[in-house]
Every structure is written in structure tokens, then in C-alpha cells.
Design a protein around this ligand. Structure first.
Ligand code: ZN
Length: 142
């Protein structure tokens, strides 16, 4: 396990509090309510999405429009995780290749907690290694 139980609880609580407050598990609706711009655009290759934080610390989310709506929500929930968990530590851009694998893992944990229906049915996702969790999520995106 690459995450302390305390940090895991913390991420769970953040995901739960956004759901309780906004009563939705659709990350696009959360973006809308928070006034965060989110665009569906054509992205080259395998890039699923990314968040750009501008110099005023305002995030803009971009999601690859080649994926279906369900997949786009999964990608958006991961980006929402970065915004809620990592925005304060990254004042500059944070495109995927500049992000630590720890932050990637945390954003994936947020996604699992915010959209629990995406979790594996046969095992607890927290028992998967960060790489296996990433591969599991990838397998859900098409
Ligand atoms: Zn990420």
C-alpha cells in the first residue's frame, strides 16, 4: 500500500463531502457548480485528459472527446481529484507527465471514492497496487 490510512480517510472524506453537498456523482456537474471550465476536445494519442492551472490559480480541465460519456466521467473524476487534492501544491501547469505517480494514485483513489460504482466488484480497490489500479481504470475507459 502506497498511502497512509490517514491520507486514504482524508481523500474518502473529501469525496464524500462533495457528494453530500452537491448530491451528484457526475464530476461534470461538480465542475459546473464550482465554476470550473471543462472542455471536451480532440487530444492526440492516448492522452485522456489534463488540468491546466493558470497564473491566477484557476483550473481548466480538458477531456479527450474520443471516449464515450461514461469514460469521460471517469477521466473527469480523476481530474477533479487533482483539483481538490493537489491544486495548492502545484501553482504551475500540471499536465500528466509532470505529475508524480503518488499524485496520480491519489487522484485515482478519489475517483474510486467519488464514483464507487466504478470500483471492482470482486475485490477492494485499495488492495491493488498503484499500477494495477491504474490499469483497472484504463480497462474501464473506451
Ligand atoms: Zn492525473
Amino acid at each position: 500500500m502506497n498511502i497512509t490510512p490517514k491520507r486514504h480517510r482524508n481523500i474518502k472524506n473529501i469525496a464524500r463531502s462533495y457528494f453530500n453537498h452537491y448530491k451528484t456523482r457526475n464530476p461534470f456537474e461538480i465542475f459546473q457548480k464550482l465554476g470550473i471550465s471543462c472542455s471536451l476536445i480532440k487530444l492526440d494519442g492516448d492522452l485522456k485528459g489534463f488540468t491546466h492551472i493558470n497564473e491566477k490559480n484557476i483550473p481548466c480541465v480538458y477531456i479527450n472527446n474520443k471516449y464515450d460519456y461514461y469514460s469521460q466521467k471517469i477521466i473527469a473524476a480523476h481530474e477533479l481529484g487533482h483539483i481538490l487534492l493537489h491544486r495548492k501544491d502545484d501553482l504551475n501547469m500540471f499536465e500528466e507527465n509532470g505529475i508524480s505517480s503518488q499524485k496520480e494514485y491519489e487522484a485515482n483513489i478519489f475517483l474510486m471514492e467519488f464514483m464507487p460504482h466504478v470500483q471492482p466488484h470482486d475485490k477492494n480497490y485499495i488492495q491493488l497496487s498503484p499500477t494495477r489500479l491504474k490499469n483497472y481504470i484504463r480497462s474501464k475507459i473506451c
